[in-house]
Design a protein around this ligand. Structure first.
Ligand SMILES: [Zn+2]
Length: 381
């Protein structure tokens, strides 16, 4: 059996629903220790994390594999055709919760590192692992805290491969070289409650905010750029009203921006305020910045990733920035070049999550080739 397959199974068999880790990280650390890595447990509150580093001949460049051992809940068990926490091979696929997101990536990172260290024991630079157990959860005590700690120590990070399942139709067709930012607004419009039969005594919070919300929904925030689609504004929740004969005195609106690198969250906030004020609304508005956008539009890592996929899969990969946010947004703060490379994401978070078994060794090969290109020999690009 391929070692990546065996390790994937071992990880899937551990029910590590966020923030549980179920021994996944200890397994990984034991594996890395044998390869000469220095493990450091960095747990915060209920979240298990570790940082591991193997220094080669020189300190830099520092190449890091980043990922998460936690998985989303299984959902209704009777809908799974095999138990979600018992890795099962069927028809060329490996089934189980986390099979695609992202336990097979973790297994591939381990096996690629083992092969690389064996083939190039005197490699340049350092190989790191930054592993968390809260990527699928509130992302408070995971990667964000570990990165803070590393930055406090001035630990450089040059290149980072995140194991998120980036592929779309076949393994290697898509890698993520950036992500849009995500900004949420929690808006309460204030009016005056009253009887529907006496509108002159009330001030309808729904009516008075319609024009402003319409303008927000139809504003062009930017036009995007080569790597990002235009910034999008979406109202997700509207709540108002208590009874059919009552004019509502309050209206609650929750909205979200997915924004490109053409705009900053400060600019978006200012423009929203300007629109609300233009209509003389009285309101409370709170914000949550879920993640700032990041982009790796050039550099050694992107070149290495493209070459590795070409060699392992005989296809030209497409770097895209679509999809949700990922822990890459926190690592981006270090200034590292970041690329997400992982298996096909069609079944992630679903019932009967699976990964094609033949993709596991290809993924390992891609990670290995990237290590070779970046750390094996002194290279000039
Ligand atoms: Zn994931």
């Amino acid at each position: 059996m391929s070692e990546t397959l065996a390790l994937s199974k071992d990880l899937i068999n551990r029910p590590s629903v966020t923030p549980e880790d179920a021994g996944c990280q200890q397994m990984m650390m034991d594996y890395l220790e044998v390869l000469g890595f220095n493990n450091e447990i960095m747990n915060f509150e209920d979240t298990s994390n570790f940082w591991s580093l193997r220094q080669g001949k020189t300190e830099g460049p520092v190449f890091v594999f980043a990922g998460h051992t936690d998985v989303v809940p299984a959902g209704p068990l009777d809908k799974w055709h095999s138990p979600p926490f018992e890795a099962t091979e069927k028809d060329g696929y490996l089934f189980g919760r986390g099979a695609a997101d992202m336990k097979s990536s973790l297994a591939a990172m381990l096996v690629a590192s083992k092969r690389f260290v064996k083939d190039y024991p005197d490699h340049n630079g350092s190989i790191g692992f930054l592993i968390t157990s809260d990527e699928e959860g509130p992302f408070i005590n995971g990667t964000v805290r570990v990165v803070e700690e590393l930055m406090k120590r001035n630990q450089p990070l040059d290149y980072c491969v995140v194991g998120e399942p980036s592929s779309s139709e076949q393994f290697g067709d898509v890698i993520k070289n950036g992500r849009r930012g995500s900004l949420t607004g929690f808006l309460t419009i204030k009016g005056t409650q009253g009887h529907v039969a006496y509108p002159h005594l009330a001030d309808n919070a729904i009516h008075k905010s319609l024009k402003a919300l319409d303008e927000l929904a139809h504003t062009e925030w930017d036009q995007g750029n080569e790597f990002f689609p235009a910034t999008s504004f979406q109202i997700a929740i509207i709540k108002a009203g208590t009874a059919g004969n009552v004019i509502p005195g309050e209206k609650y609106v929750e909205f979200n921006f997915r924004y490109s690198t053409e705009t900053t969250h400060e600019e978006l906030q200012q423009r929203v305020l300007a629109i609300l004020d233009k209509y003389n609304l009285e309101y409370d508005l709170n914000w949550k910045l879920n993640g700032e956008p990041f982009l790796t539009d050039h550099g050694h890592l992107l070149v290495a990733a493209r070459n590795a996929i070409k060699a392992a899969c005989q296809i030209d990969t497409a770097p895209l920035t679509s999809g949700g946010t990922s822990d890459g947004r926190f690592i981006a703060k270090t200034g590292a070049e970041i690329v997400e490379i992982g298996p096909v994401n069609k079944t992630i978070h679903q019932i009967n999550e699976c990964v094609k078994i033949e993709d596991l060794d290809k993924l390992t090969e891609v990670y290995y080739q990237i290590l070779v290109e970046l750390l094996a020999t002194p290279k000039t690009f």
